[in-house]
Write a protein that binds this ligand. Sequence first.
Ligand SMILES: *Cc1c(COP(=O)(O)O)cnc(C)c1O
Length: 380
Amino acid sequence: MYSNFTKFVKELYKTNEFIPLHEPRFIGNEKKYLNECIDSTFVSSVGRFVDLFEENIAKFTGAKHAIACVNGTAALHIALILSDVKANDEVITQPLTFIATANAISYTGAMPVFIDVDKDTLGLSPQKLEEFLSENTYLDDLGFCHNKKTKRIIKACIPMHTFGHPARIDKIKSICDRYNITLIEDAAESLGSYYKEQHTGTFGKFGTLSFNGNKTITTGGGGMILTNDDALAKRAKHLTTQAKVPHKWEYVHNYIGYNYRLPNINAALGLAQLEQLPIFIEKKRQLAEKYKIFFINTDIQFVTEPQNSKSNYWLNFILLKDKEERNNFLKFTNENGVMTRPVWELMNRLEMFKNCQVENIENSEWLADRVVNIPSSVIL
Ligand SMILES: *Cc1c(COP(=O)(O)O)cnc(C)c1O
């Protein structure tokens, strides 16, 4: 069975060389725009591509504003700061996520609280969120949501749209609204994914994207903050650009800002990549369809997009029978030229986060033993 799989992947990618999990494709205006940057000397913090990239990401996602950042982790950090998350606050997120989500929370001095995911979406479970909030929190006179156990304020909640599959974000949003918790969507993996025909990352007060080299489109390194709020968008731009007060020549800064702006050269690459995004998504969905058919008569489950959603199928993943089978599969495939990977170690098991509050996370634990990512680069 495992050798049928490696043979199948090699046929898909038409190669006998090592097949990586996800590599970028540069098939459009990338070189043209990069040359334009170099010829103009505007490779750094000033230039037309940053504005163009922001405008076009906003248009594509339907967000009112898009603010470019140096990477997705920085985008999350700024979204948290603008949600008024401070030291000794708490932020809810899922244990099954990439480290950047939990790290960004820690940069503010806040503590993550880990709530379970749903088995079919791998995103935060609205049911578990509701259970936790109704049993463990109270609203004070000012409307802040306090954790009964720690007395800290729960300021924000960051669900993540795992591997491109949308979480049940409308339910999560209505729960957060009721408990006065700011919703920030970590949409780093879900550019081009929709929940009920609305782009992921546009439901919350903020959404964040990543354009790292392994994501659906890449700027080398890069990220984006999405928001519909005019004032917050302005503050986001200000904070990511050293909080400089606009002036023709004076250097005056009115906050402790961050050097989180995206260089023009990265935005140039991003703009060219964004032009290819519809093709990439079409090809990724075709690849997912082929995997789905391949796995139908096997005892391995290929996980398709959840109900009510359209996934970008950024990283395809399967479920093995148990941890032992998972390990056998990982060993065989990686030794036979096909890169596969387990899901991230759960955040609450990591040294830095092992003292954080964690609720019943049986789904996350079940998934952590079984999920394996399989090659997902666009096949042209
Ligand atoms: C990629 C990713 C990020 C951001 O990563 P950067 O490398 O900083 O752009 C954040 N969260 C998740 C879930 C991711 O997969």
